[in-house]
Ligand binder design. Sequence first.
Ligand code: NAD
Length: 525
Amino acid sequence: MTTQTSSTLTAELREAALAALRRIGADVPSVELVEAGSGVSTGSTSEGIDVVSPLSGEPLLRLPEAGAADVDAAVTAAAEAFRTWRSVPGPVRGGVVRRLGELLTEHKADLAELVTLEAGKITSEALGEVQEMIDVCDYAVGLSRSLGGRTMPSERPGHRLMEQWHPLGVVGVVSAFNFPVAVWSWNTAVALVCGDTVVWKPSEKTPLSALASNALLRRALAEAGFPEAVSQVVLGAREAGEALVADRRVALLSATGSERMGRQVAPVVAGRGGRYLLELGGNNAAVVTPSADLDLAVRGIVFAAAGTAGQRCTSLRRLVVHSSVVDDLVGRLERAYAGLPVGDPRADGTLVGPLTDAAARDRMLAALQEARADGGTVVVGGAAVDVDGAPGAAYVSPALVRMPAQTDVVRRETFAPILYVLTYDTLEEAIALHNDVPQGLSSAIFTLDVREAETFLSEAGSDCGIVNVNIGTSGAEIGGAFGGEKSTGGGRESGSDSWKQYMRRVTNTVNYSTELPLAQGVNFG
Ligand code: NAD
C-alpha cells in the first residue's frame, strides 16, 4: 500500500464521490469544493453542509443547506404532486417502483461506493444495503397488486360492511447516517405504491447518497411521465428535520435515529394530530445457553457485534451467557476479535471500517472507562487504531468486555463496537437481564433446546420487536416488519403489513335493501 497524506486521500475520495454521482446522473446543487486538509467538520455549518468522509475525517464538499422556506416549498410540491399520484392505479405506481429497482440494480456499485465514502461501510455491506433497496422494490411491486381491504359480515340484511385503504398524503422521512439509503427505500417504495408522496430529510452526514438515490427515483418517475415532485429531498441537519416534523401537511412522519431524536419528534407530531413511525436506538442482546452450537454462535456473534463497526441499530451489544460455557465462549471470541482486520473499508479483506467521526470514538472510549470503573474487564480491543494516511479518521478495534453486572453503561446504547458479556445460571435470570434495558429492538438466543428457544420466543421471553433463534441480532430481511418496542419507538416498517401505516383505512357500510334497520336493534321513531 502506498503511503498517503490526508490531503491526497481526501482528494481521491472527493474525485471518487463526484465520479459516482456523475455515473448515476445525480444533479448536485452548487457544490463548493472545500480545500483538502482544511480541518475536521461535524457536518452542518453556517455556510452549508460539509460532506465529511469518515475515511479521512475531512470535508470533501460543501452543499447548500435547506432552510425552513426550502422545506416548506418541498412539502408544497409534494402535496401538489399527491393530488395526481393518489389517483394513479396501484399497479401503475408499482411500475415506477419496479423501474427504480432496475436503476438501483444498474447503479448498485456506484451507490454502494457513495455509501462507503459517506457512512464508512465495507464494500460488501454497502452493496448489501443497496441490495436491500432492490429487494424492497420487488416487495412493493408485489404489494401494488395485492393491497386490499376486508369485507366483514353485516348484522343487517341487505347491507355490506367493508373497508378500503386510501393513500394517506405526504410522508416525511428523517433518516440516520448508518443506513443512509436503505431506510429511505423501505419507506419510499412502500409509500409510493400506497399512493403517497415523499419528502426526505437524510442525515446531514450522508447527503450525496441521498441525492443519488433521489435522482434514480426521479428518473423512473420522469420516464413514466409522472411529476418528479412525487419524491423530494431536503438537505440539512436538525433544523431542517424540525421544519419537516412540524409541518401539518406531513401526514406520516417516519423518523429513524437516536432515542433522543424520537423523544423530540413524537410530541411535536402528536401535538399537531399527525401520525408518526419511530425507529430508534437498540441495545440488543443474545442469550447463549449450555446446549448452544458454539462454532455457529461465535460466527453469528462476531458479525452482529463487530460488523458495520458496531454502528447498526441492531448491532449486538450484550451477551448473556450461561456460566458453564462463558469461559469457553469468551476464549473463542477473544481469538476471533484479535484477528479482525480494521482499516480502509474499500480494501479487500477489511471487516471493520471507521466510526462515523471522532466524537463517536470518544464516546466509545469513555464508555469503556465507565465499564472499567464498574468492575468490567476489557478482554480484547477497545483502542483507537491509526490507519496510514488518515489521521483524522476514527478507527477503533472492536471491544469485548466482561462485566460483573448490568450497570448503567451496559444499559445505554453506545453506537460503537462494544460487546458486554454477562453471565447467568437460570433461563429466567437470563430473560430478566435481557429485558432489563430501556430499548426493545432485536434479540437472539443460541440454543439447541426447543424448550429454551420457545420460551425465549414466547410472551414471557424477549420483549423485543425482533426475536431470533441461532442467528445474530442484525441483518434482517425486508419481508418481515422491522422495528422495536419500548424506547426503540414502537414503529414497524418494510414488510408484513407495515404498509397499513402509509394508508388511511375507510370503513364503508352500503345498504342495498329497501329497509333502514339500525345497528344494535335501535328503534328511532
Ligand atoms: P440522530 O438521532 O443523531 O439523527 C437522525 C436523524 O434525525 C438525522 O437526519 C438528524 O438530522 C435528525 N434529527 C435530529 N434531531 C432532530 C429533531 N429534533 N427533529 C427532527 N430531526 C432531527 O441519529 P444518528 O446518529 O444519525 O443515527 C444513529 C442512531 O440511529 C442510533 O441510535 C441507532 O440505533 C438509530 N437507528 C435506528 C434504526 C432503527 O431502525 N431502529 C435504524 C438506524 C439507526
